[in-house]
Design a protein around this ligand. Structure first.
Ligand code: G3H
Length: 258
């Protein structure tokens, strides 16, 4: 097949993909914990993968934020096909990151690098339930939420649970709860234990995990020895169509244990 020729599959890539029951793994040499270049390479692979997978016509690409995707986004160059319209949307609103790491910012960056367009979803962090509910009735917000529901592609990373909880300034009480529930991984604002079971979800609008299962193109980008456990936990129940873009350091650590 064309994908096979393009990305060739190394033995460890096949082994990791089989282990997780997913379509494909792409493994970059090195350790993204130590080398920024590895994250650039994630970006190049993501660019090629999007370019070869996404169909002509309208694509709606839902993006999650974080340092990995924000840096990988800078490598997009191949998506400028005139046959394809790329609309980038943040996958979920307001899960608590600094501005440059937010899904809104990364969507804008990706759009700029691929002749695409983007929409933003501004949902402030600290809102009363009443304000939140009325905000969700705003036409501008409803419009973006409808687009998110029509996404045919999602790009996300995977983080370590407690690290993400601290970075997003979750309360002491919530962090204690995550510890008690043995949360090890975080993605999409969901927290997972080492069996890949959801133990907590940040209550925010946008893409929900059950919707992700129906999205045809899913790219998970995460590496580094420090994330091995988190990647393994999330990937246990990841949708089969997921492509995992990772590095040798994480892959070796995971394959050592299987
Ligand atoms: O959900 C996962 C996090 O967004 C990962 O963040 O790329 O900064 O490690 P990171």
């Amino acid at each position: 097949d064309v994908m096979g020729q393009l990305f060739g599959m190394q033995q460890n890539e096949r082994q990791l993909a089989d282990n997780f029951g997913i379509d494909r793994c792409l493994i970059v040499s090195g350790d993204s914990d130590q080398q920024q270049k590895v994250i650039e390479e994630f970006g190049n692979l993501l660019d090629e993968a999007l370019h070869s997978c996404l169909p002509d016509g309208q694509n709606i690409i839902a993006i999650m934020g974080g340092t990995t995707i924000a840096n990988a986004a800078k490598q997009l160059t191949n998506l400028k096909s005139t046959k394809r319209q790329n609309l980038f949307v943040p996958a979920r609103g307001g899960i608590g990151e600094t501005v440059n790491l937010q899904a809104n910012s990364v969507s804008a960056e990706m759009a700029a690098r691929s002749n695409g367009t983007y929409r933003t979803l501004f949902v402030p962090e600290q809102l009363s339930a009443v304000t939140y509910d009325s905000l969700l009735k705003e036409p501008a917000i409803v419009e973006v939420l409808n687009l998110i529901n029509q996404a045919n592609c999602v790009v996300h990373s995977i983080g370590r649970a407690l690290h993400m909880a601290a970075r997003r300034k979750m309360s002491e009480e919530d962090i204690l709860m995550l510890k008690q529930k043995n949360a090890v991984a975080e993605s999409f604002g969901y927290f997972f234990d080492e069996d890949g079971k959801v133990v907590y979800k940040i209550p925010r609008v946008g893409l929900q995990l059950k919707d992700v299962r129906n999205i045809p193109y899913i790219f998970a980008v995460a590496g580094g020895k420090s994330k091995a456990k988190a990647i393994q936990a999330y990937m246990k129940n990841a949708p089969q169509q997921t492509w995992l873009i990772t590095d040798e350091a994480a892959a070796n650590e995971i394959l050592r244990g299987v």
